[in-house]
Write a protein that binds this ligand. Sequence first.
Ligand SMILES: NC(=O)c1ccc[n+]([C@@H]2O[C@H](COP(=O)([O-])OP(=O)(O)OC[C@H]3O[C@@H](n4cnc5c(N)ncnc54)[C@H](O)[C@@H]3O)[C@@H](O)[C@H]2O)c1
Length: 338
Amino acid sequence: MTPARPTMVDGTDGAPGGRAPSARPTAKVAVVGAGSVGATLAYAILTRGAAREVVLYDIDTAKVRAQALDLAHGIQFVPMAHVDGSDDVQACAAADVVVVTAGVKMKPGQTRIDLAAKTIALVRELMPQLVHVAPDAVYVMVTNPVDVVTYAALRYSGLPRAQVLGSGTVLDSSRFRYLIAQHVGVAVQNVHAYIAGEHGDTAVPLWTSATIGGVPLLDLEPLPGRESLTEPARQAIAHDVVHSAYEIIAGKGATNYAIGLAGSRIVEAIVNDEHRVMPVSSLLEDYRGIGGVCLSVPTMVDHDGAGQLLSTPMSEAEVTALRHSADTLRAAAVQFDL
Ligand SMILES: NC(=O)c1ccc[n+]([C@@H]2O[C@H](COP(=O)([O-])OP(=O)(O)OC[C@H]3O[C@@H](n4cnc5c(N)ncnc54)[C@H](O)[C@@H]3O)[C@@H](O)[C@H]2O)c1
């Protein structure tokens, strides 16, 4: 039986102009959670022309309608696309990519562990509903704690490993590249460097494999007027990568722009079958002896989701730190009965 189409913000059945949807060889992206991150991610997808159909789904009816309307009113100024918002999960039907940003607000007196437990319960309820309507989608988890959420989503969806990935350290790596670029005095686009492991306190900066213009970063002579990248300077950068989110949250309540762009870039890599190397979070089976945990290492992202993991060169200290990150995440998963 064909499920009934949901009612959308424009009062139609979801098809542009109220007509039956035509088969378009272009992507439909569903964003679950129309909060700061979900709405900004949808905005980034639209401005970058990454999808022809963007659907927001949220349990907050008034908010999801408002966000979708606000985005839809700007369509004239971006590559052609259709935007809708709904409180019915059916809106996500047949999406090519589903990005999950749905989150639970922290209540006064609640701990981070309480919040994480509530979030895992949300994933447990949400994933089967989403998979029911969009079984072929690639799922990109953004909700924190993202590595544990990705592991939970994989488990509760029953989908194959490649089809469920997390935004992982894509954002952390862009912060890392930004800080290196600032220190060295080059364009951020010329810095190739990754943060691996947990999106969080045990994140691992991969200095050994970092390069600028093909020159290993650790061998790079300082440019005129610039400080060399000493051990204390490297430690300060690594610290800022992890802690800058706290400063942003203290100042404006949430981080949304950089994660919106990072999430949109992951969506594009999937939709366009780019085979792009990104540090997304996915289930490791036997990566340098690490398995049974979702975390980030440089990974080929294509139409099927998280593909080949790269054996990026790592020092012994970096591998030890990655194992520590994996142990921390595995312990968190056990704590939530995953
Ligand atoms: N992975 C990263 O790099 C990264 C970066 C920034 C934020 N985040 C995470 O993204 C998440 C969202 O952040 P935010 O600032 O947008 O929060 P927010 O509170 O503004 O938005 C969350 C939205 O989720 C909706 N929601 C709750 N339960 C739902 C359900 N069952 N189905 C559909 N929608 C539901 C809420 O109504 C709300 O609109 C948080 O977990 C945050 O920590 C992750």
